[in-house]
Ligand binder design. Structure first.
Ligand code: URA
Length: 247
């Protein structure tokens, strides 16, 4: 099916629509060997050979990376306030990867980035119940009763959270380190859950998506994921067919 060239490039994750237009204007894109610098040009990704700077573009290539997000990075592709963004940390990958869900500015840890919108949506959709595991250091020493409230679901801004699994990893004198497993992704959910029982989260790190663990990946670094990693996210079964997935 024919589509505008900039749309094809953006859909393939080569660049944003605006950047793709710039690439076309700059004469970097060829269709069947011919430079195209006309904005309304339509091509058929199934029939035409599209190249950038003479190199063929793989319109189907999907990429999945697990990044260890440091605190102080915004989970967006660009920030109007000029703060560091997570896409800076994967800038050497020549595809437009977007973060799957978000981590707060001050939250660290596992952040999946991909150009596969379908997989990204599945991870976020409550239907697939992908567990997200966090380590949270909170003020004080919440009682078992309060922890049970969080586990059963607690009202945040008028909506009850789904059941969570929570266990104490370590009690310090004035703080407690918890492991928190949830499969929802409401904004600042873990922080708000503890606020609801009058304890403040001091430090928060996501350590796993499903059975895919962050492990020893250094802060600010990423690793490219393959089939087995993706299966771990969905407890063994990827809920749809993924084309061109790395082995
Ligand atoms: N819960 C939070 O409070 N913050 C995050 O970044 C992720 C989950």
């Amino acid at each position: 099916m024919e589509e505008r060239l900039q749309k094809i490039l953006a859909k393939a994750g080569i660049a944003s629509r605006r950047r793709a237009e710039q690439m076309i204007c700059d004469g970097r894109i060829q269709v069947n060997g011919q430079v195209i610098n006309e904005m309304g040009y339509k091509a058929d990704p199934g029939l035409d050979t599209i190249t950038c700077d003479g190199k063929p573009i793989d319109l189907e290539q999907k990429m999945y990376v697990l990044l260890n997000k440091p605190a102080g990075y915004v989970t967006t592709l660009a920030d109007p306030q000029g703060r560091p963004v997570v896409s800076d940390l994967v800038a050497d990958i020549p595809l437009r990867l977007f973060p799957v869900g978000r981590l707060d500015l001050e939250t660290e840890g596992a952040l999946l980035m991909t150009n596969d919108g379908e997989l990204g949506n599945a991870i976020l959709h409550p239907r697939f119940e992908v567990n997200k595991t966090y380590e949270a250091t909170v003020t004080g020493s919440p009682s078992q009763d309060k922890i049970r409230l969080l586990e059963q679901g607690i009202e945040i801004e008028g909506i009850k959270t789904r059941p969570a699994a929570i266990r104490v990893l370590k009690r310090f004198k004035e703080q407690t380190l918890f492991e928190v497993i949830i499969h929802e992704g409401k904004k600042r959910q873990v922080r708000k859950m503890f606020e609801a029982i009058n304890h403040r989260v001091l430090y928060l790190k996501r350590t796993a998506y499903g059975a895919l663990k962050l492990g020893t990946l250094p802060s600010g670094k990423y690793r490219i994921l393959g089939q087995d990693d993706l299966k771990k996210i969905f407890s063994g079964k990827i809920p749809f067919t993924i084309k061109n997935i790395p082995a």
